[in-house]
Design a binder for this molecule. Structure first.
Ligand code: FHN
Length: 555
């Protein structure tokens, strides 16, 4: 990991191997902020909480105001908001049991409702039947239980009369806005959050409508003037301290921190019977984030009664149990040296590299040369492993019986530090060969069909504007048995599609569907074929996918 030398004073130089320092332009973090960033990056895993009176309706916070719910009705929900089962200690205990090290709470979302005792607007939790300072109680519980606390505070405010845009979604104009006055109001509230509930780990701004980079940077300067080690994300209008890929695993990036924010279900706020992610998807998401040198901020939406649903608590406890056993391969590691793919990720610490194998393409995992000698290897997840090292690289063999459904972790001890090995991209195997009916502006390198099968959820196959049907074809080189498909659509544009497979000269359909979305996964009756395709029959605009993969028949 050849980090450019970051001149941030002696602090980091004494705590982090030289290879990790990266040269950045003048805006280097202060030693206090660098220390906080270091702690936060080592923490790797946090809890995001989206909550408010909208939970009474089970619709999306902010966005359903003036959409599924008339504005007047939405804005009156607070009069009935009485989550008497709210217990901050219980929420924090759930986060700890999950192995989470920090909590970020929506103190104000785009709907303007404040979950804290603010003197700057009456539309807040103190004026609900609950009448308790939720933010104050949660901050205190975090301090008591040793969990770091931060606040999500929306920049846009579709309720506040001074903010120029209104619901639905910022698509309307307020009658007499005053952006300067609103900016002062926003700063006054961030002052309250830091002074009354701080010190905060993170100020998590969001949706900076009307805020350009200059205004966003001034807001960052304001909060950092109140707390010099507060971490600020990239959603004030200015870049801040780190990037925030959303609902997808960020691409490998080690020169600047990043944190994927993702929902454990589909909606940010609570929704009845909202499909919840499997333990496999939850844990592989966390490991892939760590493998990419990023954090995971995993979201729960408490119920109108004030509790986190039991099924979500159980899922989080399952994650915590896994981290109890294998957390050494996630916490306080850095990503790499091998960049993640769909089947694999790696993390590193000192002279140790952890290989995380999610799926095996054959009898062994072959990897490019490390540039260091492997002096010993073991299977963290139990059993035996054989690692052969030659000029061509590593060959890692784990018996079927020792391969784990979620993550098989191989621990390699090297003959020197793993931290200064330059990041290594694993060449994609030759198959499947992919082709498509259309590529955005014929830009194959950036938007070609390869981008949909490279395991990198930051790249995507894209088609030209005005494309309303398209296909993506995969040739696996030999007949394979499949019983499912997984897709991550970049923008919600597909309205009708088929999954087809070549049988002789004709195409046969094994699955039909309508919308795709960011987390599509469906099983179908097993098929055997060498060539398959996604046949998009109807799209409202040029279809584009981050990832497409066929799922092997379940053993
Ligand atoms: O509109 C919000 C959304 O409701 C949610 O809060 C996410 C969390 O990152 N941020 C915005 C969408 O990008």
């Amino acid at each position: 990991m050849k980090f450019k030398l970051l001149v941030i004073g002696t602090f980091l130089a004494t705590c982090v191997p030289a290879g990790l320092l990266a040269a950045e332009p003048a805006a280097s973090p202060s030693p206090e902020l660098a220390a906080r960033l270091q702690w936060w990056r080592e923490a790797r895993f946090g809890m995001f909480i989206h909550w408010g009176p909208v939970s009474l309706k089970g619709t999306e916070i902010g966005w359903s105001r003036g959409a599924q719910i008339p504005i007047e009705e939405y804005d009156s929900l607070y009069k009935k908001f009485n989550p008497t089962k709210f217990d901050a200690d219980a929420w924090v205990s759930v986060a700890k049991a999950a192995g989470m090290k920090y909590i970020i709470l929506t103190t104000k979302h785009h709907d303007g409702f404040c979950l804290f005792d603010t003197k700057h607007n009456d539309y807040n939790v103190m004026n609900t039947p609950l009448g308790r300072d939720v933010t104050g109680e949660l901050a205190a519980a975090c301090r008591k239980q040793g969990i770091a606390f931060g606040t999500y505070h929306s920049v846009c405010d579709w309720y506040h009369p001074l903010f120029p845009l209104g619901s639905p979604g910022g698509s309307t104009k307020k009658p007499s806005p005053d952006l300067e006055a609103y900016d002062r109001h926003l700063r006054a509230q961030t002052t309250e959050l830091i002074r009354n509930y701080g010190p905060l780990l993170i100020m998590w701004f969001d949706v900076p409508q009307m805020f350009d980079r200059q205004r966003g940077q001034a807001l960052i300067d304001h909060v950092r003037g109140l707390q010099k080690d507060i971490i600020v994300n990239d959603r004030s209008g200015a870049p801040g301290d780190y990037d925030t890929p959303e609902q997808r695993v960020g691409a490998y990036q080690d020169h600047r921190p990043w944190e994927t924010c993702m929902t454990i279900c589909n909606q940010w706020a609570w929704k009845p019977d909202d499909p919840m992610k499997s333990l496999k998807e939850c844990l592989q998401t966390l490991v892939k984030c760590a493998g990419g040198d990023g954090n995971l901020l995993f979201n729960v939406g408490p119920t109108p009664e004030g509790i986190i649903e039991d099924r979500q608590v159980q899922r989080l406890k399952e994650m915590g149990a896994w981290l109890e056993k294998y957390g050494q391969s996630v916490y306080a590691t850095r990503g790499g040296p091998y960049k993640p793919t769909r089947q694999f990720a790696s993390t590193r610490k000192g002279n140790v590299v952890y290989l995380h194998v999610f799926a095996w393409d054959g009898p062994a995992l072959t990897l490019p040369p490390l540039g260091r000698k492997v002096v010993s290897s073991s299977l963290l997840t139990g059993g035996s492993v054989q690692v052969r090292q030659g000029a061509e690289g590593l060959t890692v063999t784990v018996p079927e019986a020792n391969r784990r459904e979620i993550d098989t972790i191989i621990k390699l001890e090297l003959d020197g530090s793993a931290m200064d090995i330059a990041a290594i991209k694993i060449p994609r195997s030759e198959f499947p060969r992919v082709s498509s009916s259309n590529v955005f502006q014929k830009d194959v390198d950036n938007y070609g069909p390869e981008q949909a099968v490279d395991g990198d959820e930051a790249t995507r196959w894209a088609t030209d504007a005005g494309t309303h049907s398209a296909w993506l074809e995969l040739d696996y080189g030999r007949p394979r048995r499949f019983s499912g498909v997984k897709m991550a659509e970049s923008y919600d544009r597909v309205r009708k599609f088929e999954i087809q497979y070549k049988a002789g000269a004709e195409w046969k359909t094994c699955l039909q569907g309508q919308a795709v979305g960011p987390h599509y996964e469906k099983r179908f009756d097993p098929i055997e074929a060498q060539v398959v395709r996604l046949n998009i029959l109807e799209a409202i605009e040029g279809p584009t996918l981050f990832e497409f993969s066929m799922l092997a028949e379940k053993p």
